[in-house]
Design a protein around this ligand. Structure first.
Ligand SMILES: [Zn+2]
Length: 325
């Protein structure tokens, strides 16, 4: 199955795409179950394919962009970089309220009152600041981020940080009671290496909290052939379920102890946006279902997923609570 080439990008990526095996079981054979393009940033005209592993059923993108092309597929205006600073004051206060609740849920997972905390992919330190507001001293609050500028700013503000990838940064083993990595594992080239590094950083009794897209969800089923917002082509390289994540963790000295399902409003709204813009061809109308422009749509999708999660349904965003085996 091949998607029609709908994205009006200037051309293909400059380096050849790279075939990779399944990161969960190592098998190379698989069936193509979805395809699509960079519907969100239109950085390339390439069409990408999602494979379902013949060995274990895990879904992943192969072939995928070469590391030399990361600067193209993560443009300077990539929303994760500037998401919070671009919110309106009301949206920012709402997010702060919801994320305060999120942080309290994390703190319940550890018996340590002021945990030594690490946020992998900390951005501008939004969660470090919330934890500090909830009473954790700044010398216990660490962030890792790829760029130098956010880490320099965090250090000026009294927090701790390292710039670089989590695989490369130098941090003392066994030194963190609580590590969180939100919406990162699906982007990395070697999830097993990242999880092994995190396992080494955890103190005895330490807890790792991951958030990542979940395939076992209604919006995935509806838009699975290509327009699902969770594909985020070509930046989400591995798409997990509770089962596949659990199997990968077992190989890294970690154990998944519980899972919760959180709202995934941008996946719903982006799925609709891609359908309207690329399947139906309504490029102007699609602006009204762009999650970065239409906050009421994002709010409605959030309420819908909160209700569904309360009724026991899985959403397409899972929080996994993980401990050392
Ligand atoms: Zn596999």
């Amino acid at each position: 199955m091949t998607a029609r080439a709908l994205v009006a990008a200037r051309g293909a990526l400059s380096h050849p795409l790279v075939e990779v095996p399944c990161c969960v079981c190592g098998a190379s054979a698989g069936e193509v179950v979805a395809s699509g393009q960079d519907y969100e940033y239109e950085t390339t005209a390439d069409v990408f394919q999602v494979k379902r592993c013949a060995g274990c059923g895990h879904h992943y993108v192969s072939p995928r962009p070469a590391t030399e092309d990361l600067g193209t597929i993560y443009p300077a205006d990539y929303y994760a970089y500037r998401f919070i600073e671009n919110l309106s004051p009301l949206a920012r206060r709402t997010k702060a309220f919801l994320d305060g609740r999120k942080v309290r849920a994390w703190l319940k997972e550890t018996p340590v009152r002021a945990p030594r905390f690490l946020d992998v992919g900390c951005g501008d330190g939004w969660f470090l600041r919330i934890l500090h507001d909830q009473g954790v001293p700044k010398d216990r609050l660490w962030g890792v981020e790829i760029g130098d500028a956010p880490i320099e700013q965090l250090r000026r503000d009294g927090f701790q940080g390292r710039s670089g990838t989590i695989e490369a940064v130098d941090l003392p083993a066994g030194s963190f009671d609580l590590v969180v990595m939100l919406q990162v594992i699906e982007h990395v080239s070697d999830p097993e290496a990242v999880l092994k590094k995190l396992a080494r950083l955890l103190a005895p009794g330490g807890v790792l909290i991951l958030e990542t897209p979940n395939l076992r969800s209604a919006d995935f089923r509806l838009f699975r052939r290509g327009y699902w917002g969770g594909y985020h082509f070509p930046r989400h390289w591995n798409l997990f379920t509770e089962d596949s994540l659990g199997r990968l963790l077992a190989r890294t000295g970690l154990r998944l102890t519980s899972t919760a399902y959180l709202p995934a409003p941008t996946f719903w709204v982006y799925s609709l946006h891609h359908l309207v813009k690329y399947e139906w061809g309504f490029r102007q109308a699609a602006r009204f279902v762009d999650p970065l422009r239409n906050l009421p749509a994002v709010g409605a999708a959030t309420a819908f997923d909160l209700l569904r999660a309360k009724l026991g349904f899985r959403t397409s965003n899972m929080r996994a609570v993980i401990r050392r085996s």
